[in-house]
Design a protein around this ligand. Structure first.
Ligand code: C5P
Length: 211
């Protein structure tokens, strides 16, 4: 099967030296890419700026902004959106929801910055791409399961991997995760605390059932 995995944060530049971003390290997405490659799948990993080594056998495309990430995913998807050759998309990236309405070509002076930051919405990559097999993530700070079920419906996903990022051992910058698989049929499977690689392997096994 073909897998397209998004990973890491995006950066939305205010000027050449300043940007909006988040603390995603890319570990979950890189683990999914590795797990899929280990199972013999063809993997394209579209990554925001991270400090991780590309897993063996994985094709990596580096991007900076959300709009670049969307273009790279659409490029990797090509015409194969549905049917036998269609890939699975696993969206682990922590995409910035907003970007500055304008990016200054030159570094802004401190004195010029007060009140200049006007934000516009970024495209929702996972919602935008037309693909029959989409798996998303829901990083929440509260009722992760209910939010995940809503996202599953709204974005037309086969499954949402839900986690409460405020929980110890889950979320940004740690090597473990405690997640629940919320599926399009409404079922939810809570997994114990496990390594991100172990979670990734479970995700890949689920994706294989979508073939
Ligand atoms: O709606 P929310 O941002 O919580 O959804 C998270 C899921 O959607 C993740 O799988 C994330 O990678 C994806 N997403 C996206 N593009 C965005 C925002 C989120 O692909 N602009």
């Amino acid at each position: 099967m073909r897998f397209i995995v998004t990973a890491g944060p995006t950066r939305e530049h205010i000027d050449p030296v300043r940007f909006l971003s988040n603390p995603s390290t890319g570990r979950m997405g890189f683990a999914v890419a590795r797990a899929a490659a280990e199972r013999g799948h063809e993997v394209t990993l579209v990554s925001g700026p991270v400090a991780l080594k590309t897993p063996k056998g994985v094709t990596r495309v580096d991007v900076t902004s959300a709009r670049e990430m969307l273009a790279a995913v659409e490029d990797a998807l090509g015409d194969a959106q549905d049917g036998a050759g269609a890939p699975v998309i696993v969206a682990t990236a922590a995409v910035a929801d907003w970007r500055p309405a304008q990016t200054a070509a030159k570094k802004l002076k401190k004195r010029d910055m007060t009140g200049v930051l006007r934000l516009v919405r970024n495209p929702d990559i996972l919602k935008t791409v037309k693909c029959a097999r989409k798996i998303g993530f829901a990083a929440e700070t509260g009722d992760a399961l209910a939010e995940a079920a809503r996202k599953c419906r709204e974005k037309g996903l086969a499954m949402v991997v839900a986690n409460d990022v405020t929980e110890k051992g889950a979320g940004f910058g740690v090597s473990t995760n405690r997640v629940a698989f919320v599926k399009s049929d409404g079922s939810a499977e809570r997994l114990p605390l496990m390594s991100k690689l172990a979670v990734a392997r479970r995700i890949v096994r689920f994706a294989e059932t979508l073939a």
